[in-house]
Write a protein that binds this ligand. Structure first.
Ligand code: ADP
Ligand code: MG
Length: 208
């Protein structure tokens, strides 16, 4: 499956979720490719910070031809995760056209909910050409012990795109792991962060 992490808003967790979902799939035994479509190359930076064996392949492809090249580049992998770009619409469009499923990370803030209409519009446009394109929101950086997670799900329900039941809490371990080019699973496979990432991965795999 080709999963695109998209949202033109920066800082919502595209790279964090891309890396950790790729790791979760790799830990489950899949051959995984992480395609970095962001010109900033954050996923490539993550891979460069890493010591030791790679968990999965990371390739940079910040070009609007992702949808044309992905068949060739991705042919030896079970799953491909696309870490999408901020802003740049032609890149985002290409990443959407390349994907089977778009996962849109959103933070529990009104600004994120308003900004999501941009990516939803792009997905709706792409849906005209790509009938089977699926998409869903996933809430990231939920603050533990607050009702805000529930509120954000309600606020997002005005969009045609469904919201995942599983979500990711705001946790320092995500930054700590990233600093070492690791996934949260490698820091601690039993950590609440790793368990949440696995739950999102399972929901992704069962999403039809
Ligand atoms: P994007 O790729 O959408 O721009 P990033 O994945 O780079 O977003 O995340 C932006 C910042 O937020 C990074 O510093 C990252 O470490 C931090 N971050 C993302 N998700 C979480 C989380 N669940 N808990 C704590 N920090 C997070
Ligand atoms: Mg990023």
């Amino acid at each position: 499956m080709i999963i695109g992490l998209l949202n033109q808003k920066g800082g919502v967790g595209k790279t964090t979720l891309s890396v950790n979902l790729a790791a979760s799939l790799a830990h489950a035994g899949a051959r995984v490719l992480l395609l970095d479509v962001d010109p900033q190359g954050s996923a490539l930076d993550w891979a460069a910070a890493r010591e030791g064996k790679p968990l999965f392949s990371v390739v940079g492809l910040p070009r609007a031809t992702v949808h044309k090249e992905i068949g060739q580049i991705g042919k030896d992998y079970d799953h491909i995760i696309i870490d999408g770009p901020p802003r740049v619409t032609d890149l985002a469009r290409s990443a959407i056209m390349a994907s089977d499923l778009i996962l849109i990370p959103v933070q529990p803030s009104p600004y994120d909910i308003w900004a999501a209409d941009e990516v939803v519009k792009l997905i709706e446009e792409a849906g005209i050409y790509k009938e089977k394109l699926k998409s869903a929101f996933v809430v990231n950086r939920k603050i533990a012990k607050t009702a805000i997670g529930r509120d954000v799900k309600e606020a997002l329900s005005s969009y045609s795109v469904p919201v995942f039941t599983s979500s990711i809490t705001q946790r320092v371990i995500f930054a700590e792991a990233a600093a070492q080019g690791k996934s949260v699973h490698e820091i601690d496979p039993q950590s609440p962060a790793a368990i949440e990432v696995d739950a999102v991965k399972d929901e992704l795999m069962g999403f039809t």
